[in-house]
Design a protein around this ligand. Structure first.
Ligand SMILES: [Fe+2]
Ligand SMILES: [Fe+2]
Length: 311
């Protein structure tokens, strides 16, 4: 078949809501887009463990420590599912990891912000995992089979993450005045970076139209951001905290909140590597890679030995 015909057939299949599977024909650009998106997602899960690991030894109780440990472990698992999903597209995990370590691949800019207080761990679960869920629930319906199936499982765990974070913030918000202040301060610092997680505005997001047509994405950045704001503002109000946006106002006509302008200069600056923790995060990943080298080598040597024995 001619390329044009193949493309037409592919689009018909996507329109008919039939999942695209690894061995099916797919446009090269579809494959490339997915590799980039899934690997960025995998990197974000893995780098996302770092700001939380920072609080593991200082969590205020054994219960909190166990929950945080379980959450971080979930994120490692998400990274592994996602690297596997990317590998079904014919790319090697080693390549992807090298792209992260060399700085060529990106990860979510949110993880370049520091977790300064315990309330930040609550804000990360509530806002960061909360924003991630909006995106990931949409991705359970993405057109690429392995990605969509990975998302189903991941979403179940993410909703636990979001609730544990909200519970931390809610507990602080009804604590002493100092604790409430801490919760408000965390919300103040994490609110805007969380809104940036949905990516640039639709009128500045050149790949969105093609991704929507191929049903890789089902909703635009601005649609997802709006959903997140609508839901989260109410949660903040319920626990007596104030969202740090003086232009935030319910718009009766639209049935959504209007919000103030996001600082896109900050967004691009962090993406370009100049956020508060970019260097620290990359150093932690590179150190982990170097320090784990002997484990990988030992595992390979053991596997080779067993294979030789079996032969
Ligand atoms: Fe995750
Ligand atoms: Fe999570």
């Amino acid at each position: 078949m001619e390329e044009n015909q193949l493309l037409e057939k592919f689009q018909e299949k996507v329109d008919a809501e039939i999942k695209v599977e690894p061995k099916d024909w797919m446009p090269e650009k579809y494959r490339k887009t997915l590799i980039r998106q899934i690997s960025q997602h995998a990197h974000s899960e893995v780098v996302g463990m770092l700001p939380e690991a920072n609080w593991l030894t200082r969590a205020p109780s054994l219960r909190r420590k166990m929950i945080l440990l379980a959450k971080i472990q979930d994120e490692a698992g998400h990274g592994l599912y996602l690297y596997s999903a990317a590998e079904t597209l014919g790319v090697d995990r080693q390549e992807l990891v090298e792209e992260l370590l060399s700085g060529k691949a990106k990860y979510s800019s949110i993880f370049n912000y520091p977790t300064l207080t315990w309330a930040d761990i609550g804000a990360v679960g509530w806002l960061v995992d909360g924003a991630a869920i909006m995106n990931q629930v949409m991705l359970t319906r993405t057109s690429y089979g392995p990605y969509s199936r990975a998302m189903v499982r991941i979403c179940k765990e993410e909703s636990f993450h979001q609730r544990q974070g909200f519970e931390i913030v809610a507990t602080l918000a009804k604590g002493t005045p100092e604790q409430k202040e801490m919760a408000q301060d965390a919300l103040n610092r994490w609110w805007w970076p969380s809104l940036m997680m949905f990516g640039p505005r639709d009128d500045n997001s050149p790949n969105t139209a093609q991704s929507m047509k191929w049903k890789i994405k089902r909703k635009t950045n601005d649609e997802l951001r709006e959903e997140f704001i609508d839901r989260t503002v109410q949660q903040a109000e319920a626990i007596g905290l104030t969202v740090p946006d003086k232009d935030l106002k319910w718009n009766e006509e639209r049935g959504h909140y209007d919000h103030g302008e996001i600082n896109w200069d900050e967004f691009y600056n962090v993406i370009q590597g100049n956020g508060p923790c970019n260097q620290e995060r990359m150093k932690a990943r590179r150190d982990a890679y170097d320090n784990g080298r002997w484990v990988r080598e030992a595992a390979k040597a053991y596997a080779a030995k067993r294979a030789a024995k079996a032969a």
